[in-house]
Design a protein. Structure first.
Length: 558
């Protein structure tokens, strides 16, 4: 599989597209005036404790207070170290390894970042880290049953309540795990983790884990022994997949760097008053290089010379074996246009997506969930209706998995497949959906197809989806997606005229309306206007005003 990373860097925004066999599978956008805060570490102040929700609001200096759940609070590593079993094959470590592998499981804009490795690399000011997101459903494979969401938790059963752990006005150190979304503030945790190129550093956890994606037992053992020998007592590390084959010197350098980041963070904590940022995330370009630019990527193309120079310096310093794969695009035609990525972005904002067979899917966004509807459209099949439906559903499965990744759709998702009579066909569609989503870095949980042909699923969400990033609710329809018809507006006007008409003071009623409504009043509804004039003995004057919303009207009486 040919993999490419395409970076379009401009002064106002940076866009990164991940291509698999020339097909855009993931897209990330980072705008200078609206940069994310996932991964930033803050010294915050507790502003409100909510015993009924077992949570607290924390002021971290953002527009909205951050939300801290009781299970994300710890003052002692012993509170959650029991979830990090030393048995490498134990269930807890398997879950932790999967949850804490940013390079394999989490998008670059969602993963933990590190502080600038060294000033000469030119990463900008204070580029520091983000946390590993421990929330969300664990990834499933087609062969396994759906599992419950996994998160290491301190002693939840019988543990202290939120009011025993926090008090209003208390200053605490937290790390952002989810961006603010819609009306919700950011989600934070007190579990601090600092990922580097090869390791994820957990300063207060006495544990060493190795990514399960490192398959060879000898290499896993070598790396684990190496970390145990090099680490400081009481600290913990997760060995990332890219560490496979690394030398002791490379691992030691990453470990030393992460230790310096942690010391710098603690120093800021002692000298700064809340709310204050202690640790800043990397920009999108370097998150992408750290988390996605591996030996599986054939080339990385960037269209800006300054960014190219920064990337080359970083790669030459930390991953020289990949330096030859970094290319500067200098042609006249814009990079995203040349590779037809702009066209894919436009399609990704559409509500309807056509399938090759002639069927289509419709993607609707609501406040609580996303709904995907599958339709046969122009596809009529060849023989049996059930075969036609099965083929459309199976084709839709691939497109749905692709659109979820491309649009970064997360949260609760309901898929309305075309009803299938045969149980074995439902099973085929369910298994195909599981297999298609197994390639997704974001973790998901899928329930079996219901009797109504619905699939309920959840997909990890730590940042806004593409639609929310690039679009805003329509000011014309106020986000409803529809407006009142001209006929409805006319009937509303008639009711208003009847209210005004009973007053004997006025002789004229002047109405300003949208041109479409005016045309209807002059034509089809003219008789109704004349009847109202006779009933109330008043002259009704209609004036078209193109500046008015189709639902708006102005009424003046004389």
């Amino acid at each position: 599989m040919a993999n490419e990373i395409i970076i379009n860097a401009a002064r106002e925004e940076t866009r990164v597209a991940v291509l698999e066999n020339r097909v855009v599978t993931e897209l990330y956008i980072d705008r200078r005036k609206d940069q994310g805060i996932v991964g930033n570490v803050y010294k915050g102040r507790v502003v409100k404790v909510l015993p009924g929700m077992q949570a607290a609001f924390v002021d971290i200096g953002q527009e909205r207070a951050a939300f801290l759940y009781v299970d994300d609070i710890t003052f002692n590593a012993d509170d959650y170290s029991r979830f990090l079993e030393e048995d490498e094959e134990g269930k807890a470590e398997a879950k932790m390894n999967e949850a804490m592998e940013p390079s394999e499981q989490v998008h670059p804009s969602d993963t933990a970042s590190t502080e600038s490795p060294m000033p000469s690399v030119g990463l900008g000011e204070g580029g520091e880290g983000t946390p590993v997101d421990l929330e969300g459903p664990e990834r499933e494979s087609p062969e396994t049953e759906p599992r419950e969401p996994v998160r290491p938790r301190p002693r939840r059963s019988g543990s202290k309540s939120i009011e025993d752990l926090l008090q209003e006005g208390q200053e605490i150190m937290v790390q952002v795990t989810k961006e603010p979304m819609g009306t919700k503030g950011p989600r934070v945790t007190m579990y601090i983790s600092l990922p580097g190129r090869y390791l994820v550093f957990m300063p207060n956890v006495n544990h060493v884990g190795v990514s399960r994606r490192i398959g060879r037992d000898e290499e896993r053992g070598r790396l684990k022994d190496l970390i145990y020998r090099l680490r400081k007592p009481g600290t913990g590390y997760i060995v990332r997949t890219v560490t496979e084959g690394m030398t002791e010197e490379e691992v030691r350098a990453d470990m030393t760097f992460l230790d310096l980041v942690w010391k710098n963070l603690l120093k800021k904590k002692e000298t700064m008053s809340a709310p204050a940022m202690l640790h800043n995330d990397l920009d999108l370009v370097f998150r992408t290089i750290r988390d996605l630019f591996t030996h599986k990527v054939d080339r990385l193309i960037v269209d800006a010379k300054p960014e190219y120079d920064r990337i080359k310096e970083f790669v030459n310093t930390f991953m020289p074996g990949l330096s030859s794969r970094v290319e500067l695009y200098d042609q006249e035609e814009p990079l995203f246009d040349n590779l037809e990525i702009e066209l894919e972005i436009s399609k990704a904002l559409g509500r309807k997506v056509w399938l090759k067979s002639g069927g289509y899917i419709v993607i609707d966004h609501t406040e609580a969930l996303k709904v995907i509807d599958v339709n046969t459209g122009r596809f009529v099949g060849k023989r049996h209706l059930e075969d036609t439906i099965l083929k459309t559903n199976l084709e839709a499965v691939k497109e749905i998995a692709y659109q979820l990744r491309l649009r970064n759709i997360g949260g609760i998702i309901v898929i309305d497949f075309i009803d299938m009579e045969r149980e074995r066909n439902r099973e085929k569609v369910y298994n195909a959906l599981q297999e298609a989503l197994s390639k997704d870095r974001a973790k998901s949980r899928i329930l079996r197809i219901s009797e109504l042909g619905l699939v309920e699923m959840s997909r990890e969400r730590t940042r806004e989806d593409l639609l929310r990033i690039m679009c805003e609710p329509c000011s014309y329809c106020e986000g409803r997606g529809y407006t009142k018809s001209p006929v409805t507006v006319c009937h509303e006007l008639f009711r208003e005229i009847r209210k005004i008409g009973i007053s004997p003071k006025n002789k004229k009623i002047i109405i300003g309306v949208h041109p479409d409504v005016a045309n209807l009043l002059y034509d089809e509804e003219r008789q109704s206007i004349e009847e109202l004039e006779l009933e109330f003995h008043k002259k009704v004057i209609i004036k078209a005003d193109s500046n008015l919303h189709i639902e708006q009207y102005d009424i003046v009486t004389l």
